[in-house]
Each structure stands twice: as structure tokens, then as C-alpha cells.
Design a protein around this ligand. Sequence first.
Ligand code: DQA
Length: 147
Amino acid sequence: HSFLVLNGPNLSRLGKREPEIYGCLGLDDINRGLADAFPDITFEFYQSEYEGALLEKLFECEDKGSVDGIILNAGAFTHYSVALRDAISAIRIPVIEVHLSNIYAREEFRRHSVISEVCAGVISGFGSLSYHLGVQALMAKAAEKSS
Ligand code: DQA
């Protein structure tokens, strides 16, 4: 398998940013952890603070056929980016929405995701383990498709 791990705004600041909520691992640590835990999977890692850059990455993967699944932590775009939602519905590659924190146990404005409806599933609240569970979910989905 070949998976894209896509992170949106402020996730470049992991480790330094509100560690009591998001943990003390940096994004590089999380990405390295994934590569170590799933040696048979080819990962592409990408992070941007910009909405348009995330959309372009989704379209690039779709057009190149370079990955067969996407793990996406869209950060705050989760809660309001209709553009991101439209981009996810415009591609065929399955996308799993992940969050480090449990977005349902926080402020009211975080309880709604505009992207969940167009994602294959949602994993929220398990810290860096959310990404690992996302990879497992994509693997299970791919196995389901090929059987
Ligand atoms: C987040 C939750 C979002 O509400 C927040 O804006 C983030 C991180 C998470 O991983 O818990 O930036 O997606």
C-alpha cells in the first residue's frame, strides 16, 4: 500500500503547541512512528498551513494515482472548510478523518466537522494513536475492496 498522511494548519507546531491537549510528540515524531510501525507501507507525508495547498495535494494524488488511501488531520479547517469538503468528495481515494483530541469533548464549535460526511470514517481522541488507527482502517478498507 501507499498512503498519504496529510496534515493541515498548526499541526507543524505539535509538541510545542498546547501539549496538554495535543501531546508532546512533534509531527516528525508521529510520522516516523508510522513509518516504523508499518514498514510495508509506502508513506507520503505532507503538511501545510494553507487550504489551497491541501486541495492541490489531494488533486495531485488523484491525478497521479500515487496513493491508495489518505489519512487527514485537517486541523481547524475540519470545522468550516467547504472547499476541503468539496475536494474530498471530488476524488475517489478513500480519506479517513483523524484528530488527536476528542473533538466531541471540547468547545462547541469543534463538535461539528464539515468533512466527516464525505470521509470513509472518523477517528478522534487517541493522540498520535489516532493516525495509527487511521492506517489500520485504510488497510482494512483496501482488503475489503480486493476480496
Ligand atoms: C485537531 C482538532 C481541531 O479542532 C483543531 O483545530 C486542530 C487539531 C486535532 O487533531 O485534535 O488543529 O484536528
